[in-house]
Design a protein around this ligand. Structure first.
Ligand SMILES: [Mn+2]
Length: 422
């Protein structure tokens, strides 16, 4: 890597422009607008960052849009953002992914000069220059269709002796089981590829897979959209110095942030203890969101006296609803998405399980299911023998083992409460 000059770039992926927030019932129109525009605003923050930090170029590693038939609004917003970037001197390089393959519908919009879109046939290469000096070569390929099962990495071949080579790849590195296995490859493939930086997309959680030689980064998505996408979301600002050393820095771009907080009832004796801690938790989340809007899921957990009383209230109506009051008035709202009661009674369940009576047998049966060799499959088998199964079979098939174990514990707690009452 001789004759490198220092430069800066921004790497983002998985913008999913115009995608909805999952599992939210919001009636307030201002709040609904905030949520609807969140993916667009997050993208604006990426562009603002690139301009503010005088980045030389911007990399977009796939899933610009949420669906193959992207909305015209999303396409216009995307073009507006890129135009703003190139007018400020930031070149843009875009590869499409599985959510927005080239086969999808697209309005024939002309992109401003300075925006480079990778085709879907072969890996293409662009040279980034600043005042005639070559900064880097950028290699990439878009998904021609939704399902790309081929390892695309062998197609990335470094040409000539450019100072710095970047590969843009939308795909699953290392077989992440939580995402579709598109364009699968291993870290070893990327290491062997002779690139200096891999700008990845597809996995929505940010991750530096390797620090250097080459640097391999998933920036994650720019805006979380469900409780499965908790915490800060953003992109990477990468500085490369004049001897080719990289300094990547994560920068949050989300405008609405998702939180999941547990509230333990173990030391509580009164309702006021609980209500105070719920309010405090909400304010802690507001502080952590640093001026952004927040969406909060609350789990009540732990064993305690309050468990028996909680059975007498409706968590949604009596606890969640009051926490939402007055939140719609403010831009830094904390919206309680749901409040789930997972508390347990104040008895030693392990000890009670050993008693030779009906309740002991019931608790043992639950424990045997939980500790079965393959609890998920065993629970599905039990459920398939129930008369209701006909109605709920499609939903049950979609549940993960963790979901099923949560239901088992809920059922055990319910049975325990009912039997203890007698
Ligand atoms: Mn994606």
């Amino acid at each position: 890597m001789s004759e490198t000059v220092s430069f800066t770039f921004v790497h983002c992926a998985d913008l999913h422009l115009d995608s909805p927030f999952e599992g939210l019932q919001v009636v307030d129109s201002r709040m609904a607008a905030t949520l609807r525009d969140a993916t667009f605003k997050a993208f604006d923050q990426v562009i603002d960052l690139a301009i503010r930090e005088r980045a030389d170029f911007l990399l977009v590693a796939g899933d610009v849009y949420d669906g193959a038939d992207r909305s015209l609004r999303a396409q216009l917003k995307f073009r507006d953002g890129l135009r703003r970037a190139v007018e400020a001197g930031v070149q843009c390089y875009v590869a499409y992914g599985n959510h927005d393959p080239l086969s999808g519908w697209e309005a024939k919009l002309e992109m401003p000069p300075g925006v480079h879109i990778f085709g879907g046939e072969e890996v293409e290469q662009f040279t980034v220059r600043r005042e005639g000096v070559t900064l880097a070569q950028v290699y990439g390929i878009s998904y021609p269709v939704r399902e790309v099962r081929e390892n695309l990495v062998p197609r990335f071949k470094r040409q000539g002796k450019g100072p710095f080579a970047i590969g843009i790849l939308h795909g699953n590195v290392g077989g992440n089981p939580n995402h579709d296995n598109y364009a699968p490859c291993k870290v070893e493939n990327l290491v062997a590829s002779n690139m200096d930086y891999w700008a990845l997309g597809h996995i929505h959680a940010q991750q530096i897979m390797r620090e250097h030689d080459p640097c391999i980064i998933y920036p994650g998505n720019t805006q979380g959209r469900s409780v499965r996408e908790l915490g800060a979301r953003g992109c990477y600002l990468v500085r490369v110095d004049d001897i080719g050393r990289l300094t990547p820095r994560f920068v949050a771009t989300d405008v609405v942030r998702w939180f999941l907080q547990e509230v333990d009832i173990a030391d509580m004796t009164t309702w006021d203890d609980l209500l105070n801690l719920l309010s405090l938790t909400k304010e802690e989340v507001r502080a952590a969101a640093q001026g952004r809007a927040a969406i909060l899921r609350l789990h009540l957990t732990g064993r305690g006296e309050l468990h028996a009383q909680l059975r007498r209230v409706d968590p949604e109506r009596d606890l969640a609803l009051p926490l939402r009051e007055s939140e719609t008035e403010r831009p830094d709202f904390v919206w309680v998405e749901s409040l789930q009661n997972r508390t347990r009674p104040l008895i030693d369940i392990a000890k009670r399980r050993r008693e030779p009576d009906f309740l002991g047998d019931f608790l043992s049966a639950a424990e045997n299911l939980r500790t079965a060799e393959n609890p998920g499959a065993t629970l599905k088998e039990v459920l398939s023998g129930r008369p209701e199964h006909r109605l709920i079979a499609p939903q049950i098939d979609q549940l993960t083992d963790a979901d099923l174990l949560t239901f088992l514990t809920d059922a055990e707690t319910l049975g325990l409460d009912l039997l203890l009452e007698e």
